[in-house]
Design a protein around this ligand. Structure first.
Ligand code: P5A
Ligand code: ZN
Length: 481
């Protein structure tokens, strides 16, 4: 039955140029998410999608485990804690789900389903932090969080249950040390996304767009195929704002009590939305080998029965498996074309074919999913040839995505320019940095200021389009998800 449904849908993966429909159909056909769950904004991970998630999150764990500890805090937060930090409440009050009853009894203290876990974690930090010797603390957890989003919900992108929220919360003695940690967080995220072959732009969000309760917010964005940007990670300097409301203090070297300085940073399954959207094509998913559930498929090219070819395919599959490569040997009765179709849809990075001519030459044909390139390699070296290609694939996927991003960042001098370019991508324009100018610019072009990017692209010489003052700052603007 499930087979049949896939067959029927085969023909209908829309072209990627029709991005929104392509995205929704692909998630369903390639079995990433089932979007038919009967609650708005909640979706189901298929086993295949969950496999991708597992491998993706193994990378972020690997990167964080170098100097963070993983922990697990409760899902429910008492209203009394949730309501402590004024800015934070303001930012989230319209998005919180409340648990009001236990069975038939009304609860004395309502319980919030965490929209994020500051107010679950910081009451414990108050207890854990005593002296400067306890610092720094660097903890993360990977959990589900709930946000009653009112903007258009979309699978993996805007969820009401974020199933894969990776949040880190750190505590430091000084503001500068916390600022350094924010930088470190954006470095970790850039490395994480590099492993996924996803190019990123890091920028400081304008102060009207920062995280509720933060001193400032650094954001990691990427560009989606439809020209809108997606925020795929944020790192916030919390200063001592939460420390004051949650009374997190340490005794310094002089024996004096000081409020701690904190940061927090998070990513979600938007990382997987970006992975699928940026690399996928008209034929379906395209994965970098590291996160591909199946890394390689072996397909015998038979004209009738051939024990030699079947044997050679099994042998290749076994040798590759012995090297830890995730191999599928497709010996089903389908035509090769139907097999190609299926494994291309699933994003398998390499296809190895062995037909009569290959066998005569003691060779195999290797086809790359990302580029479609086809090469003949000697069977004797197949393991090395495959491994070499895995590394090449990630590199060239990253380079291609980076090129596409660069091509879609447009230098603009006027707001009319910005307006014209924004349907195609990101506009770069001088901005004095002032709040009024910034808000007026957003209003005038109907798009957001992401911020002033880190590094060279945030610097330049120009004139702010609102106040006409000369400035060395360049902002980037885009339509956002
Ligand atoms: C940082 C971690 C926080 O919540 N507290 C702990 C901080 N920041 S954030 O910007 O609000 O969220 C972190 C990242 O999560 C993604 N995200 C979402 N993903 C899917 N569906 C949603 N509704 C959603 N909301 C936020 C974004 O990538 C965001 O940067
Ligand atoms: Zn200005």
């Amino acid at each position: 039955m499930a087979e049949k449904r896939t067959e029927e849908k085969k023909a209908v993966l829309p072209a990627k140029s029709n991005f929104s429909e392509w995205y929704n159909e692909l998630l369903q056909i390639a079995e990433i998410m089932d979007v038919r769950y009967p609650v708005k904004g909640l979706y189901v991970w298929f086993p295949f999608g969950f496999d991708v998630r597992k491998r993706t999150y193994a990378i972020i764990r690997e990167l964080l485990d170098k100097d963070h500890k993983e922990a697990l805090f409760p899902l429910l937060i008492p209203e009394t804690e949730f309501m402590k930090e004024a800015e934070h409440i303001k930012g989230f009050e319209n998005e919180v789900y409340w648990v009001t009853h236990g069975g038939k009894n009304e609860l004395d203290v309502k319980l919030a389903l965490r929209p994020t876990s500051e107010t679950a974690i910081y009451p414990m930090y108050k207890v854990w932090v005593r002296s400067h010797a306890d610092l720094p603390i660097k903890i993360y957890q990977i959990v589900n969080t709930f946000r009653y989003e009112t903007k258009h919900t979309r699978p993996l992108i805007r969820l009401r249950e974020i199933t894969s929220f990776k949040e880190a919360h750190t505590v430091h003695a000084t503001w500068d040390e916390a600022a350094e940690q924010v930088k470190e967080a954006t470095r970790i995220y850039q490395e994480f996304y590099r492993r996924l072959a996803i190019p990123t732009i890091v920028s400081k969000r304008p102060e009207w767009d920062k995280f509720p309760g933060a001193d400032y917010t650094m954001a990691v964005d990427t560009l989606m195929p439809d020209g809108k940007t997606l925020q795929i990670g944020t790192a916030h300097h919390l200063g001592n704002n939460f420390a004051k409301t949650f009374d997190i203090k340490y005794e310094d070297l002089k024996g004096e009590q000081q409020y701690a300085q904190q940061t927090c940073y998070g990513i979600s399954e938007r990382s997987i939305a970006a992975l699928i959207s940026i690399h996928g094509d008209d034929k379906g998913l395209v994965f970098p080998p590291e996160v591909a559930p199946i890394q390689l498929v072996v397909i015998p090219i038979l004209f009738g029965k051939s024990d030699e070819i079947t044997g050679a395919c099994r042998d290749v599959a076994d040798r590759l498996k012995a090297e830890g490569i995730r191999v599928e040997l497709d010996e089903s009765d389908e035509r090769p074309g139907a097999k190609y179709y299926r494994w291309e849809m699933k994003g398998v990075p390499l296809r190895v074919e062995i037909g009569p001519r290959d066998l005569k030459n003691n060779a195999a044909t290797i086809v790359r999913r990302d580029s479609g390139s086809k090469e003949t390699v000697p069977l004797d070296n197949i393991v090395e040839e495959v491994k070499k290609r895995f590394e090449d694939i990630r590199k060239s996927m990253f380079e291609k995505a980076q090129r596409q991003l660069k091509e879609r960042i447009f230098n603009c001098n006027t707001l009319d320019d910005v307006k014209n370019k924004i349907p195609d991508g990101i506009a770069r324009i001088p901005w004095c940095g002032g709040r009024e100018c910034g808000l007026a610019m957003e209003e005038a072009v109907g798009a957001g200021i992401l911020g002033i990017p880190e590094g060279e692209s945030g610097r330049g010489n120009g004139v702010c389009p609102m106040c006409n003052k000369e400035t060395g700052n360049m902002a980037i603007m885009a339509k956002t998800y």
